[in-house]
Design a protein around this ligand. Structure first.
Ligand SMILES: N[C@@H](CCC(=O)N[C@@H](CS)C(=O)NCC(=O)O)C(=O)O
Length: 218
């Protein structure tokens, strides 16, 4: 049995949950939070860097969301292949996965975490840079998505697992310009994908935790 140390409201955990739900892969959910200190202790000893999610597969501990999804595809394949077999197509998928993690998820997290800092430790310059990077990423993505249903152009993939939670939360902290119709429509398609819709629904009870206040939508 696979075990996933995670929290339902965490964007990187949702990225992996999408992959698990896409293939109906059985796993046990090891909730990380104040009500489960034992899980927290196991998590910290498995991965001292303490970034979730962490997957335990038998004797293997697998960390980093993209690597976990690659691992699932190799060791627990299902009908939905999230990294294409063709190496050239796979590079495109991995590139877009990096794009969403580095240029959407990272600046989104920077803005979110800034709200959690003490008032005298805020970083307005860093937040302004993060907002500018998100705007640039949205514009680039709008062109890239022209004529595409999913990020890499073909089937739903690892890149879409990364895109879904990153665009979901990024739009909450730095709204996507409605003129960027391809990005707006893509975010809507991601929200309608049953695997992500399920992750979003499971995280609804935690919305009051969103530090800038969750918008009354989605
Ligand atoms: N590169 C990591 C990032 C994981 C990550 O940043 N996880 C966040 C939750 S979304 C976390 O554990 N944050 C806890 C903290 O920053 O202390 C991955 O892809 O799994």
């Amino acid at each position: 049995m696979l075990a996933l140390y995670a929290h339902p409201f965490s964007s990187y955990c949702q990225k992996v949950l999408i992959a698990l739900y896409e293939n109906a892969t059985p796993f046990s959910f090891k909730m990380l939070g104040p009500d489960a200190p034992q899980n927290g202790a196991e998590f910290a000893s498995l991965w001292p860097i303490k970034r979730m999610p962490v997957l335990v597969d038998g004797v293997s501990t697998v960390v980093e969301s993209s690597i976990i999804i690659e691992h699932l595809g190799l060791r627990h394949p299902g009908p939905v292949r999230l990294v294409p077999q063709d190496p050239h197509a796979a590079i495109d998928v991995r590139f877009l996965d990096r794009f969403f993690d580095n240029y959407v998820m990272t600046p989104m997290q920077r803005i979110v975490f800034d709200y959690l800092r003490p008032a005298d430790a805020r970083d307005p310059h860093g937040v302004a840079d993060a907002r500018a990077l998100l705007d640039t990423a949205y514009r680039w993505l709008d062109t890239k998505l022209a004529g595409r249903e999913w990020a890499a152009g073909g089937a739903f993939s690892l890149a879409d697992c990364a895109a879904a939670p990153s665009l979901f939360y990024a739009d909450w902290v730095q709204p996507i310009d409605q003129a960027l119709a391809n990005v707006v429509a893509y975010r809507r398609r991601l929200l309608a994908r049953p695997s992500f819709a399920r992750a979003v629904d499971e995280a609804r009870p935690y919305r009051p935790l969103f530090p800038s206040g969750a918008p009354d939508r989605d």
